[in-house]
Ligand binder design. Structure first.
Ligand code: AMP
Length: 211
């Protein structure tokens, strides 16, 4: 099953994508993580995308779509894949459609106020990728990863101004993608205000129902 996960910044896409990837045993491709890893390693791609990401702007479509297609061609996707953070606009959705079919689009819905609060509290482990929130899911020891003990960091684009910009972009760009998948009859809406386990339950139930 080829799945895309849609939702505003901090809607919990990453968390659900990684849970689903384990459950369904299919790879999860987070384009945001691929970009961040490349920035960390200072690769050509990293240098190219850094100015966009730090300003909270979308990376140009040609670059983003090419990176996703290339990544998929390197992976074993016989049983399907999950895309987290892609497509983010209609042009990407249409370009991608020429290479791969999407079976289900999962939309995690949350309100703007929750987005802003989640973004201001989000901390990530740059070593193992674990995600925390100082308000909702704090680590056991302040600013240390529970899993590997590495100091936690705040994503550079997780500040209020950039967050507002990302939210505005989401509304302008991704709402047409939601309509696009809705018209195809493959959209599943879930309530992102529930706990991560409840959301996961709702997603897996919907996937079994419609399979
Ligand atoms: P995310 O981790 O999904 O919040 O993405 C972080 C940043 O990566 C975004 O703010 C964009 O700058 C860039 N990015 C992620 N996905 C895309 C995409 N589909 N198209 C363009 N830029 C993207």
């Amino acid at each position: 099953m080829n799945i895309v996960i849609l939702g505003s910044p901090a809607s919990g896409k990453g968390t659900q994508a990684s849970k689903l990837s384990k459950e369904l045993e299919i790879p999860n491709i987070s384009i945001g993580n691929i970009f961040r890893e490349n920035i960390e390693l200072n690769t050509q791609l990293g240098k190219l995308v850094k100015p966009y990401i730090t300003k909270g702007k979308l990376v140009p479509d040609e670059i983003t779509t090419r990176v996703v297609i290339e990544k998929l061609s390197e992976l074993n996707i016989n049983s399907g894949f999950i895309l987290d953070g892609f497509p983010r606009n209609l042009a990407q959705a249409k370009a991608f459609q020429q290479y791969y079919n999407i079976d289900k689009a999962i939309l995690i819905e949350i309100d703007d106020e929750t987005v802003m609060r989640r973004i201001s509290g989000r901390r990530i482990c740059p070593n193992c990728g674990a995600i925390y929130n100082i308000y909702y899911e704090p680590p056991k020891y302040e600013n240390r990863c529970d899993i590997c003990g590495h100091p936690l960091i705040r994503r550079k684009d997780d500040n209020e101004q950039t967050a507002m910009k990302r939210l505005k972009d989401y509304k302008e760009n991704t709402l047409p993608v939601i309509e696009f998948y809705d018209e195809k009859g493959i959209l599943i809406r879930v309530n992102g205000l529930n706990s991560p386990d409840e959301i996961f339950d709702e997603i897996t139930k919907s996937l079994t129902r419609v399979r």
